[in-house]
Write a protein that binds this ligand. Structure first.
Ligand code: DI6
Ligand code: FE
Length: 399
């Protein structure tokens, strides 16, 4: 059977079927950027490959997926970090006009080229660790032009580098100063002007909101969801990060792809997302960086069989983090996830959190041939080490 590329003498963690889907003596064949075969060498057809690579027992996983980032933004917040070290809280800084709004100011004055240039080193750090798909949100423009510029910059990152970029419109991230005292007015602008324009220009794959005491109310969030639905866009939500606003249950009612953070989610919220098939995306980097003490209710999520994804949340305020491998370690050490849960969280379940479960996230025929090839003896090493990158090679769409 003809194929473009063939990898042999590999150990596979296909992330398909039960557990990690381990194959001890495995082969992967690619044709036209897609997986033609991934499985035991013993069952493989005889391949006639243009290029064949012996892996010498290295492990192959699906390319990793970072399904929640704010990678594109102007400036940084190192100064606020220093204030926090002196005792100020994230919420105090936000209420004093810092926080998301300070990044908004830096983003509004940045050109599209500048946004792309400043995001590239963060993107390259993810790529160097085997990430082949990344989600990138807007949400630091808080007015139409800058929100669109952020999304256009995010899309352009996918042209500049061999990576798939999924974009999310997060207009309802914070209240811009022009609408001080009038959050409903801003939500009307998001729903009636910004979201329709973003949808019409094809700039976003999904819509997200920050449903929080320092963000938007449940009723405001629902208006954003209704507008997203009307424009055929998928739904995600920053839910129950700092308090329980019952956002997860609302998102479930709207068939959200994922609800993200969830430290404060209650059993009713978990039951709702279990019913709707919504992914719980956990962000241990933000938990760590804001020194949150309340853990997401992992056991309840497990018992309800909610698929769990893990992501960096890469953003200048609560997670200046661009290492998906460190997220794996934090998922295990901080949240007590198993190795299997961590690895499924950045592959199969992360794909589902982006609505891409049929296209990426496992090594199965027909899916994109996005691979990470690792110099490791066992998959647990990917979770166990800190600050060490055992990536041997990264393949995106068969190359
Ligand atoms: N939750 C977060 O953790 C980030 N956004 C959000 O809604 C924080 C964004 C920031 O502080 O810049
Ligand atoms: Fe976030």
């Amino acid at each position: 059977m003809r194929c473009d590329r063939l990898w042999t003498e590999a150990r596979l963690a296909t992330m398909a079927g039960a557990g990690l889907g381990i194959v001890e003596d495995g082969v992967v064949a690619a044709l036209g950027g897609h997986i033609l075969y991934a499985g035991p060498a013993a069952d493989a057809p005889a391949f006639d490959a243009a290029v064949a690579t012996r892996c010498d027992g290295r492990w192959i996983t699906p390319g990793l997926i970072d399904c929640h980032t704010h990678l594109v933004h102007g400036g940084d917040r190192a100064h606020e970090f220093e204030l926090r070290l002196q005792g100020a809280s994230y919420e105090e800084i936000a209420r004093a006009g810092g926080g998301i709004v300070s990044t908004m100011r830096a983003t509004r004055v940045a050109s599209e080229d500048a946004l792309v240039a400043s995001a590239l080193p963060r993107l390259d750090a993810l790529i160097a660790e085997g990430v082949t798909t990344v989600e990138i949100k807007s949400g630091y423009g808080l007015e139409l032009d800058t929100e669109c510029r952020m999304l256009a910059a995010a899309r352009r990152l996918g042209d500049e580098r061999p990576i798939r970029v999924s974009t999310t419109f997060l207009g309802a991230h914070a209240l811009p100063p022009e609408f001080a005292g009038d959050p409903d007015g801003y939500i009307a602008a998001v729903c009636d002007t910004m979201l329709p324009a973003v949808a019409e220009r094809g700039l976003a794959d999904a819509v997200d909101a920050f449903c929080e005491g320092i963000g938007f109310t449940l009723a405001q969030t629902e208006r954003v969801f209704a507008a997203a639905k009307a424009h055929g866009l998928a739904i995600k939500l920053h839910a129950e990060q700092l308090s329980n606003q019952h956002g997860a249950a609302l998102a479930a009612r709207y068939g959200a792809l994922s609800v993200d953070h969830l430290e404060h989610v209650d059993p009713a919220g978990i039951a709702a997302i279990a019913r709707s098939g919504t992914v719980a995306t956990l962000l241990p980097g933000a938990f760590y960086f804001v020194r949150e003490t309340r853990l997401p209710p992992i056991d309840l999520l497990r018992r309800a069989q909610v698929p769990i994804a893990l992501a960096t949340d890469c953003n200048p305020g609560t997670a200046p983090l661009s290492s998906i491998l460190l997220v794996l370690n934090m998922g295990a050490t901080l949240f007590r996830l198993t190795v299997e849960e961590c690895l499924l969280g950045v592959t199969r379940h992360a794909a589902r959190a982006l609505g891409l479960g049929g296209e990426i996230g496992t090594l199965e025929p027909g899916k994109a041939c996005d691979l990470a090839i690792w110099d490791i003896e066992r998959p647990a090493e990917l979770v166990y080490r800190m600050g060490f990158n055992p990536l041997h090679a990264r393949i995106w769409r068969g190359r």
